[in-house]
Write a protein that binds this ligand. Structure first.
Ligand SMILES: [Zn+2]
Length: 354
């Protein structure tokens, strides 16, 4: 360690209460009261999640004496973000409850940051590890942007609600967490090769969540609330590892770069977590690790393991592999030059992705 390591200061922001379990949705007002939140709440939700969860939260909050306004919005776009913020200003609401899937959670955490208000994350599905993180993905005319948003004060994850979401979303969330297996290897590699800043705690936390999902892959099945129970905490804690690291490093490496490359080559074909899972199989091979263990865990959960299951062509996989290193400047096993077409084809063939 050099002197700088002892003199630097950085704060780590965590959610203070993560409440997960059957029927916890009704405890939302208690969580708000525990945090000393008062006045008027703005619920950010979508048209489907309004019926499934936001209406329940609204009546519970009103029973407990809170005023409630609702912003029913669509995708996480700049336009919808402005709509949410406008409603908050006009109705003079005091705090935000994000009730919905990934896009509503993203809008809630970004609006909370821009308005300088606290917010609580109430996921109705768990398709990626951003439920409790301080990063948001907001689309503008140039595509999705990863922005610095606000960490929620608390998380209320009701397994009875989340099990009603399409199973594909939960499987994708699990695949996103499994992909930490290679993200942490890339981070360690960058530390050794490039002296990159590293956190053993964040590394261990991210790896632990991936191992928990892999070890319990047999238990994660459709239409089974226990599956949500097993998966939800690792999915939430995976996001927390980003807070410890102060960046997405522990949960996003070469496999995420492969996914981002696919987003440009074959947009809208597969879910983020699904793409990262398949990327992780291949990147684990490059790291010389046990790639078939990752593949087996994904298959058990019912997440895609091949181009065909992702709904893309073999050539699109190869193109994404060849271009993945250019997606961002993050140093990974792909290095600064990436894979040749031949190497990419061989990699995807050996790992049975194509
Ligand atoms: Zn991810």
């Amino acid at each position: 360690m050099d002197e700088g390591d002892f003199t630097k200061a950085r704060s780590i922001l965590f959610p203070r209460n993560v409440l997960a379990g059957h029927g916890v949705l009704g405890q939302t007002p208690d969580v708000c009261k525990d945090f000393g939140l008062s006045g008027s709440a703005l619920i950010v939700t979508g048209s489907k999640t309004k019926n499934v969860a936001a209406d329940i939260v609204t009546s519970k909050m009103m029973d407990a004496g809170y005023e409630v306004q609702m912003a029913t919005v669509g995708e996480a776009t700049q336009e919808n973000l402005e709509k949410v913020e406008q409603i908050a200003r006009e109705c003079k609401t005091n705090f935000i409850l994000g009730v919905g899937g990934g896009s509503k959670i993203d809008l809630a955490k970004m609006a909370a940051k821009n308005l300088g208000q606290e917010w609580i994350s109430i996921p109705t599905s768990a398709s990626h590890d951003g439920i409790a993180s301080g990063r948001a993905s907001i689309k503008n005319e140039n595509g999705p942007l990863s922005l610095d948003a606000k960490v929620p004060l608390g998380v209320v994850a009701d397994t009875a609600i989340i099990v009603q979401a399409p199973y594909r979303l939960l499987a994708a969330g699990c695949a996103d967490v499994i992909s930490n297996s290679t993200a942490v290897k890339d981070w360690e590699y960058a530390k050794r090769l490039r002296g990159e800043e590293f956190s053993r705690s964040a590394y261990s936390l991210a790896l632990y969540t991936a191992e928990t999902i892999i070890d319990n892959a047999d238990l994660i099945k459709p239409n089974l609330e226990e599956s949500v129970w097993v998966a939800i905490r690792p999915i939430i804690i995976s996001g927390v590892s980003m807070a410890v690291a102060g960046s997405s490093r522990p949960t996003s490496g070469s496999e995420h770069m492969f996914s981002h490359a696919l987003d440009m080559i074959a947009p809208g074909k597969a879910l983020h977590g699904e793409q990262c899972g398949v990327g992780s199989i291949m990147m684990m091979y490059l790291h010389g690790g046990d790639w078939s263990r990752i593949r087996e865990a994904l298959a058990k959960i019912g997440a895609p393991t091949s181009a065909k299951e992702l709904g893309i062509t073999e050539e699109q996989v190869i193109e994404a592999l060849v271009n993945a290193h250019k997606v961002r400047s993050r140093f990974t096993i792909l290095g600064h030059v990436g894979l040749t077409h031949e190497a990419a084809e061989r990699l995807a063939t050996i790992t049975k992705v194509i």
